[in-house]
Design a protein around this ligand. Structure first.
Ligand SMILES: Nc1ncnc2c1ncn2[C@@H]1O[C@H](COP(=O)(O)OP(=O)(O)OP(=O)(O)O)[C@@H](O)[C@H]1O
Ligand SMILES: [Mg+2]
Length: 527
């Protein structure tokens, strides 16, 4: 007899427990009808249709619409404040979903642990990492307030997709504002495409960084062709200098002849990818869509080494917009909320972005997939940032190539060795003296380079290296330099604009003191 009693699955038990909680909370919120019968209060509550649907991830509780208490309507049940109360009481997110006409309405309880990802992240609250590479951009904040920043040079391009109103333009603005605050037009050039009528990117139009702003899709292929020509010109220049990439090329060039990074931003690529009108491109007739796809794919495949990076966004993640060719060349993609699981899969090969909103995203970088909250900034903050950039309130950072950084570090270490280490050049000692500013392995690496350049003696057994030439000699090659961690806070007071000419490194007072000691030593006759 007992064997016939069906054992209820734990999720079914949880479902009825949650239904009770929801019913109780609705009654508490006065979503019930109370009447007195024979002096006794009788309460008519919101009732649910049995059986409740329960699966491991989600519990659906159908409201019995035919027996709603008097004075309670469906609109009241899906009020945002009501859902917040239910979410807090159930300890799981509760949504209200109206199914297709006549099929009823459900409270949907998602049985997933409440996300520890913040619901709102202001761009201002994200702190750029110390020693940030030039094209570092904010992506978002994940669990345990982990900030995610990425170097656009290594991404090397970014595709942003999601349904309308989910956060794409805010993201593009966050990236652009981060970049324009740091660099002037000698370091960063922007090619902007706003195919939503110029409403989204028009704020930036007056910036000196902006090379061009295209707002009509038939003009896009010609612009991409110009960018391709620029890419080819740069490729030739790099080849002539035997440089692997733009940084290596710039490291060999005086500051005035260095090439800026180029970032192409396209807001709403779908308008071009679905435009079948024909354009004449370099003597060939083809549709705007074909030309755009072919040029974008070529740029994405070849532009990285020449310092050209693409950020494109679309609200139509269908396969005719995010084509195989484009997807293959954009290994880094952001999916903001999508209208369907299929759209989410098209973007990040995972269904998780379905239904997300307000800047919540899935970020895919190659095989890595992570959920993040994108940084937010309002339109007025964008306008204010552009205004401050135009009035020179931010101090543009000089870009240091890897070679620039190495030279600074060498200048610092040699000066330190002269003043504080009796001209010994050992990694252990210099690491301590520099308060750990430069890692030991890095000092070893630089010492090996100096050994080859015959500026320090070869390492000999237990004695370690020492400087082999007088300070005057090495200073002809390396400038004594003060190293400081890169400031990552916003300057409290607006900094004056930097002169564009080659800048002398500024020296900290302590370094000045020991440099003058060094100089003094050299002026005094050798014993
Ligand atoms: N990171 C964010 N954090 C919180 N809310 C956000 C965030 N990003 C966007 N939102 C909210 O979503 C709204 C729409 O954002 P946005 O304009 O970026 O959408 P969109 O994806 O560009 O839409 P469309 O495709 O229509 O252009 C914003 O006004 C804001 O209220
Ligand atoms: Mg937009």
């Amino acid at each position: 007899m007992f064997g016939l009693v069906r054992k209820r699955h734990p999720y079914e038990l949880l479902a009825s427990e949650l239904a009770n909680t929801i019913q109780h909370q609705l009654t508490r919120l006065n979503l019930a009808y109370r009447e007195k019968r024979d002096g006794v209060e009788v309460i008519h509550r919101v009732e649910f249709v049995e059986p409740l649907k329960a699966s491991p991830g989600v519990i659906e509780i159908e409201v019995d619409l035919s027996r709603l208490p008097r004075g309670v309507d469906v609109a009241a049940l899906r009020d945002a404040r009501v859902l917040e109360t239910l979410t807090a009481a159930c300890k799981y997110p509760v949504k209200f979903v109206k199914k297709a006409s006549g099929a009823g309405s459900w409270f949907v309880v998602e049985i997933t642990a409440m996300s520890k990802i913040p619901r709102m992240v202001k761009l201002d609250s994200m702190r750029q990492p110390a020693k940030a590479p030039p094209l570092i951009i904010p992506i978002g904040v994940g669990e345990n307030k982990q900030q995610r920043w990425e170097d656009l040079r290594t991404l090397p391009h970014l595709l942003i997709a999601g349904a309308t109103g989910t956060g794409k333009s805010v993201m593009v603005n966050a990236v652009l504002c981060q970049l324009i605050k740091r660099f002037d037009e000698s370091v960063l050039q922007l090619w902007l495409v706003d195919l939503k009528g110029g409403m989204e990117l028009s704020y930036y139009e007056r910036l000196p960084h902006v090379k061009t702003l295209v707002t009509k899709s038939p003009e896009l292929p010609a612009m991409l062709l110009d960018l391709q020509v620029e890419m080819d010109r740069r490729t030739t220049l790099l080849r002539e200098r035997e440089s692997r990439d733009l940084d290596a090329y710039n490291a060999q060039m005086p500051r005035a002849r260095r090439l800026p990074y180029i970032v192409l931003v396209v807001d709403e690529i779908a308008n071009a990818m679905l435009n079948k009108s024909r354009v004449n491109l370099d003597g060939q007739k083809m549709s705007v869509a074909q030309a755009t796809e072919a040029l974008l794919a070529d740029l994405a495949a070849r532009a990285r080494a020449t310092g050209i990076h693409l950020i494109i966004s679309t609200q139509r993640p269908s396969v005719d917009v995010v084509t195989g060719l484009i997807k293959a060349n954009f290994p880094c993609r952001i999916a903001f909320g999508t209208a369907s699981e299929i759209d989410s899969r098209v973007i990040v090969d995972d269904s998780g972005a379905h239904g997300k909103r307000d800047g919540r995203m899935l970020f895919r970088r190659n095989i890595d997939l992570i959920e993040l909250q994108a940084p937010f900034l309002s339109d007025s903050e964008v306008k204010a940032t552009v205004k401050r950039v135009l009035s020179g309130e931010y101090e543009p950072e000089p870009v240091k190539t890897a070679e620039d950084v190495a030279r600074d570090e060498i200048g610092y270490l040699l000066a330190l060795s002269e003043s504080k280490a009796g001209r010994r050049f050992t990694a252990r000692e210099l690491y301590k003296l520099s308060d750990g500013l430069i890692a030991r392995a890095r000092i070893e690496q630089l010492a090996a380079r100096l050994e080859q350049e015959k500026i320090v003696h070869r390492k000999m057994g237990p004695f370690g290296r020492s400087i082999a030439v007088p300070a005057r000699e090495w200073q002809k090659i390396y400038k004594p330099c003060a190293l400081r961690p890169v400031p990552c806070e916003k300057p409290e007071k607006p900094a004056p604009p930097m002169p564009l000419e080659e800048e002398e490194p500024t020296l900290a007072p302590s370094i000045m003191a020991f440099l003058s000691e060094v100089e003094h030593e050299h002026l005094s006759p050798d014993p």
